[in-house]
Design a binder for this molecule. Structure first.
Ligand SMILES: CC(C)(COP(=O)(O)OP(=O)(O)OC[C@H]1O[C@@H](n2cnc3c(N)ncnc32)[C@H](O)[C@@H]1OP(=O)(O)O)[C@@H](O)C(=O)NCCC(=O)NCCS
Length: 159
């Protein structure tokens, strides 16, 4: 999944080699603490029927003072389009609001990344910004969409 050029198209990193993937996975697996700003909580997503790992979702604690976290997701192209990213992200956002005391969850995506934007919309997040050519990534100017949802909005959408 991490070596696939299409998957990496709108990520900051280029496709990873097997060694880089191993290092990245080891770092993710070591990140099991949620104790202070900057921490990550990653979850491998396993398809129940096949028992295969099909993607991963991650929550990044951006600010302790502002109780803000960011959601991210990457799925294997062979299992995309089944609603898995939305389902997995929803579970992690639920955890952020109910167990971790987070007030605001954001999601950022490159403006051309239609699938990623659609997941943020399906999660019920609000589009708050379209930053135009705000980042120089992989030899080009890229534009960024910022989506967000608050704890009270999340709770009221799920009575
Ligand atoms: C973004 C990503 C995680 C979505 O995973 P997924 O499991 O396919 O997500 P879901 O099935 O929950 O939802 C995908 C939605 O995007 C839609 N979609 C797919 N390609 C699209 C496109 N080019 N433009 C607009 N919508 C698109 C699907 O139709 C679906 O919406 P629907 O349920 O209304 O039909 C996956 O495409 C991916 O891994 N992309 C590469 C990595 C990446 O860019 N991650 C995000 C970084 S910000």
């Amino acid at each position: 999944m991490r070596s696939d050029a299409e998957v990496a198209r709108y990520l900051y990193e280029e496709p990873l080699s097997p060694e880089q993937t191993r290092d990245s996975l080891a770092r993710k697996m070591a990140a099991t603490q949620w104790t202070s700003e900057g921490d990550w909580l990653g979850a491998a997503v396993v398809e129940r029927a096949s028992g295969l790992t099909v993607g991963d979702v991650a929550l990044h604690w951006l600010s302790e003072r502002d109780r803000t976290a960011e959601i991210g997701f990457i799925f294997d192209p062979r299992w995309q389009g089944n609603g898995y990213a939305t389902e997995a992200a929803r579970t992690l956002i639920d955890w952020a609001f109910t167990a971790a005391g987070i007030h605001r969850v954001i999601g950022r995506t490159e403006a051309r990344n239609g699938a990623s934007e659609r997941v943020l919309q399906k999660l019920g997040m609000r589009r708050e910004a379209h930053l135009v050519e705000n980042e120089w990534v992989k030899g080009e100017w890229q534009s960024e969409l910022v989506y967000a949802v608050l704890d009270r909005e999340w709770a009221s959408a799920r009575p």
